[in-house]
Design a protein around this ligand. Structure first.
Ligand code: COA
Length: 432
């Protein structure tokens, strides 16, 4: 089924009213017209970027195609056609445990001009996004954040962590198995298309992942309009049958003091087979004249750790990455698959109301869940944030209970822990 077109989803009248009372106009922006130019300039300014040139504006048009663009305008400002706040959103598939998906309201490009900060503009805009999504029947929202302290108040919580790897290649020594296929160098155009197709096939096995988009793959392959990056190199892994099973985009930079030492920075390494994974990692680690391999946004459970002789050759930094906000409890709890039977009443508090209530979750022997409101004393209580964090199986309920963020008996938490565990490790390899 084609995902809902976010551009058809009306703006939330509540947010419009709050902003109108502050003298501001809340409206969508047409990507196809000149209205888009001040919008993208405002968004770039919000993220402290440079003023885009015409080619970069066209690139942004391509990157944001299909999204709902919303701006907030101040008729009394010196640039009334330039929004003082921006957001873009679209409906996308979120991968769930059990190799299932659910439509998610993805939110990006949230900016408020420094001239209008801390007046409640972001709050009105984000609450408006959530109400619009819920009104359109979307069961959860997601985002990746530049600052981790903003979104908790709106019910978002980290659900997928990411690991940044820095590997000293002279120390690591490859001890992983060999792969029967071949690694081929490819040009950037081929790299772009292979990254996109392998990722699209691989994402189902990665709870927390979302599909990429044309502009993303172009940027990773160094082909973003106005930002041509000729340093980007590409390799693919082709199996014995001739099928491409993995692709890697990377750049190599020389260390200024020593031309025999280089950094290899992996912009994206995506694989759909163990052989492809082994082969492309080995290619990076054994690359001549490279002393350091850097790989941001990796999974928190990389098999790579067990394919190098000296695990201490790798410095791994884990941080929050994918954030979720549940809007419809029965819909999200029914959508994923579970690892063990369960029957519990979950008491959820939600300041914005969407998920508030006591919900009975019943999971049968086959891992199918059903959830419905119930009038009962809950076995476990938490806020909507904790439920979002544990949804994909990447955060353990027992950990949140130990942190004082979930209340209930140890038995109830253990049961939730077993049932919510995911065979596939949650993994989101892109910013959105
Ligand atoms: C972050 C940003 C969107 C906030 O906009 P704003 O209109 O000033 O925010 P609001 O006035 O609506 O504040 C909403 C709440 O968030 C809090 N908040 C706002 N910015 C914050 C920040 N950077 N860190 C922590 N809390 C923040 C406010 O204190 C307020 O809290 P409260 O409602 O619980 O009292 C804006 O400063 C901005 O555009 N920054 C640069 C771009 C950016 O970082 N975007 C976020 C992308 S993930």
């Amino acid at each position: 089924m084609a995902p809902l077109d976010a551009q058809t989803v009306p703006l939330d009248p509540g947010a419009g009213g709050v902003l109108a009372a502050a003298g501001l106009r809340y409206r969508t922006v047409d990507i196809a017209t000149s209205d888009f130019v001040p919008f993208i300039k405002a968004a770039n300014r919000g993220f402290l970027g440079e003023e885009p040139n015409d080619e970069q504006i066209e690139g942004s048009r391509e990157r944001l195609a299909g999204r709902r663009l919303t701006g907030i305008f101040d008729a009394t400002s010196a640039e009334p056609a330039t929004p003082i706040a921006t957001v873009d959103s679209w409906v996308t598939d979120l991968s769930l445990p059990g190799r299932r998906t659910i439509p998610m309201w993805a939110i990006s490009g949230v900016t408020v001009s420094p001239t209008h900060r801390r007046k409640g503009v972001a709050r009105a805009m984000l609450e408006g996004e959530l109400r619009a999504a819920a009104g359109a029947g979307i069961a959860l929202a997601g985002l990746t954040v530049t600052e981790a302290t903003i979104y908790g108040r709106f019910g978002f919580a980290p659900a997928v962590s990411a690991a940044d790897w820095v590997i000293d290649t002279r120390r690591a020594r490859w001890v992983g198995p060999a792969a029967p296929g071949r690694v081929h160098a490819v040009d950037r155009e081929r790299l772009r298309s292979e990254l996109a197709s392998v990722h699209d096939r691989a994402r189902l096995a990665r709870p927390g992942d979302v599909p990429g988009w044309t502009g993303l793959w172009r940027r990773i392959a160094g082909l973003a309009p106005g930002n041509d990056d000729r340093k980007v190199r590409g390799v693919i892994y082709v199996d014995e049958s001739g099928a491409t099973r993995g692709a890697m985009a990377y750049t190599i930079g020389e260390e200024p003091a020593d031309f025999t030492r280089h950094d290899l920075a992996i912009a994206m390494l995506v694989t759909e087979s163990e052989d492809a994974y082994r082969s492309l990692w080995r290619f990076a680690l054994e690359h001549d004249l490279v002393s350091t391999v850097r790989a941001p946004l990796r999974s928190v459970d990389e098999p790579l750790r067990w394919m190098i002789e000296d695990q201490r050759a790798a410095t791994v930094t884990v941080s929050d990455h994918g954030w979720l906000r549940i809007l419809d409890v029965p819909a999200v709890l029914t959508a994923r698959a579970y690892s063990a039977p369960l029957s519990l009443a979950l008491g959820i508090t939600d300041d914005l109301g969407f998920a508030h209530g006591v919900w009975h979750l019943d999971v049968d022997d086959d891992g199918h869940g059903t959830a419905e409101p119930i009038d009962a004393v809950p076995d476990l209580t938490m806020t909507v944030r904790e439920l979002g964090s544990v949804l994909l199986g990447g955060v353990r309920p027992a950990t949140l209970r130990a942190a004082g963020r979930m209340q209930g008996s140890a038995d109830a938490v253990t049961a939730l822990d077993r049932s919510f565990a995911s065979v596939d490790t949650p993994y989101l390899s892109i910013w959105y």
